[in-house]
Design a protein around this ligand. Structure first.
Ligand code: SF4
Length: 355
């Protein structure tokens, strides 16, 4: 964990504490783990061997949570799973958000493995006012299929061929020791298919990754991938198809970046001193780095498990005692109470761990 005292003076930390405690709820992403089912068994799945919960939330309970969250200023709703499209209530829940979207300036989307339902279902989703569908892909065919299962790559690419170009579609890749050498080739394929939003983030060593002995990527390898991706994007011509390539980096890697010299040291310094975002604009193509600098639980993300517990990190879902890590359960308290618990937790966390 980054120690604030090593980087900032006391006055700055106190100001930061005040600022963080008073941030608007619109910074929160509410992740709804709406499905207990998946049609794949990926080697890096963070659900691991978690069993289905005994009392999953009903359609009405999900809608009630969303209604409550909207009243408390939450704008971003992210539907995950396991595979969200395998919950038959998903469309009904999404259509509730769709009706509220304009009035409350909401932003919502789903992550999907891309092969859980037929193409026309994805088309139907894309024709609504949903903001995004994020498809997961782990590399070129062989390595992707090794991680996600036979023929996943071909089936996904066939779908993408018929759905792209479309601004609402993005891909996400989990970078690990096993697929790190295939990311640049995947980038070529995605760009050729007119994918414009491409996300990547390092593997967290949890769930099935532990059972399958998948190793995390080293900070040096991650830096190499970012640097080589920038070089690749630099070679692209400026076209109407402007790429947005984003690397989301957890605090473990951020700590390495802060303590070592590398090609992005200058930009990192400006980020730490002035909060300037880290990105490269290359002929209209953007490569950006979303750093997790100080990971304060429950600050920007609340995860509602399929049985109603409120977690700060999806990595906790597979833990046997996940309910003990929860703020509370949405079946027992309303969103206003959840927000109070969150604020209290953040304040204590700041005092006990960061200050
Ligand atoms: S990683 Fe996603 S697609 Fe793969 S098994 Fe887990 S929930 Fe399913």
């Amino acid at each position: 964990m980054v120690n604030l005292k090593d980087i900032l003076d006391t006055d700055t930390i106190l100001k930061e504490k005040y600022r963080i405690e008073n941030l608007d709820n619109s910074i929160i992403t509410l992740e709804l783990v709406i499905s207990q089912k998946c049609n794949l068994q990926c080697k890096h799945c963070y659900f691991g061997d978690k069993l289905p919960s005994k009392s999953p939330l009903s359609r009405d309970e999900w809608i009630n949570i969303i209604e409550n969250a909207i009243q408390n200023g939450i704008k971003h709703f992210h539907f995950s799973g396991k595979e969200p499209l395998l919950n038959n209530d998903l469309f009904s829940v999404l259509s509730y958000i769709a009706k509220q979207k304009n009035k409350y300036s909401l932003f919502y989307g789903i992550v999907s493995n891309g092969i859980s339902v037929e193409k026309h279902i994805y088309e139907k989703l894309l024709s609504t006012n949903l903001d995004y569908i994020e498809f997961s892909v782990e590399g070129t065919k062989d390595i992707n299929d090794f991680i996600r299962g036979n023929n996943h790559f071909e089936k996904l690419v066939t779908k993408l061929d018929s759905l792209l170009p479309n601004d609402k579609i993005s891909t996400s890749t989990t970078l690990s020791e096993i697929n790190k050498d295939y990311f640049l080739d995947l980038l070529d394929i995605l760009i050729e298919k007119k994918m414009t939003k491409i996300f990547a983030a390092p593997l967290h060593f949890v769930g099935s990754a532990i059972q399958n002995s998948l190793n995390i990527i080293s900070p040096i390898d991650l830096l190499n991938i970012i640097e080589n991706s920038i070089k690749k994007i630099t070679q692209l011509k400026s076209t109407n198809q402007e790429i947005d390539l984003k690397f989301c980096i957890s605090d473990f890697y951020t700590e390495y970046l802060i303590n070592n010299e590398h090609f992005m040291s200058e930009k990192l310094k400006l980020y730490l001193e002035y909060g300037k975002p880290i990105y490269w604009n290359i002929n209209g193509h953007i490569v950006e780095i979303a750093l997790q600098f100080v990971d304060i639980p429950f600050l920007r993300q609340l995860i509602i498990t399929d049985d109603g517990y409120i977690l700060s990190d999806a990595d906790d879902i597979n833990k046997r005692n996940y309910y003990e890590l929860s703020l509370d359960n949405v079946k027992k308290c309303n969103f206003c109470e959840i927000m109070k618990l969150r604020k209290k937790y953040i304040s204590n966390y700041f005092t006990n761990f960061l200050f």
